[in-house]
Write a protein that binds this ligand. Sequence first.
Ligand code: C5P
Length: 300
Amino acid sequence: MSVTVRVPAKVNVQLAVGAARPDGFHDLANVFLAVGLYDEVTVAPSPGGPRVTCEGPDADQVPLDRTNLAVRAAEALAARHGISPDVHLHITKDIPVAGGMAGGSADGAGALLACDALWGTNASRDELLDICAELGSDVPFSLVGGAALGTGRGEKLRALETGGTFHWVFAMAARGLSTPAVFREFDRLAQGLDIPEPIASEELLGALAEGDPDALAAAVSNDLQPAALSLFPELADTLAAGRSAGALAGLVSGSGPTTAFLARDPESALKVAETLRSSGTCRAVRLATAPAPGATVVSA
Ligand code: C5P
């Protein structure tokens, strides 16, 4: 008996960051869009678990200890239901590791849904979302997918309407960036500045609802981008290459270093991807459409 769950990556079309809070986190207005690049998490009974394995091009960069969010998700669900987390978790990884696309969060949400089905714990949606929020700020969104506004540290979600399909190109960078390091750099760059309260852009929410790529491109923003560029200056070359190929917008995805390019249509996306591939400014290039569904059981 095994259960497989498929979980999407995300791009942040707006990431407005407030000043550091006393707990070290930052209040956000975080507009998440799930994109069609997926990890799969397969769970099966395994005495003495949890045990985790991983396959895929970046598998060697995935931690296989308790820092893996899939392991922590299985342990958290088991603890709440008074059972033993005797499970083997296998991750088929396609989302870039440490890329700013919520790959680790996807594995946490996927493991949670898969273990719930395997163990018959029948957790309610609210219980699953509570556990996701304990695991990390982006994990609740990985469970729900689609498009959503995240407030608080990003974990309080409001679903958003989307009026069409958006075409994206993603450029994977040669190395990863640590999310805490990027937030620390944000704090360093923000020293002495008056940081406004983060607020979602009405223009951006309207563009998503209309399915209008030109309006969305005009409204995208990422307050972490200067911090990511400060730690990884070569990303400016990748952004320039994608924009020069006709992308409507190019931005760092979340805390980076993956860069995301919004194209008007599939043909334009192919052209942007070609240019990026031959630019020598990135490790790999992927095309994906959005919105994508959240964590879904694909076989049981
Ligand atoms: O919630 P998560 O564990 O994914 O966050 C990783 C790190 O990112 C945190 O330890 C913190 O340094 C930073 N962070 C933040 N403010 C947020 C979300 C994350 O400072 N809203």
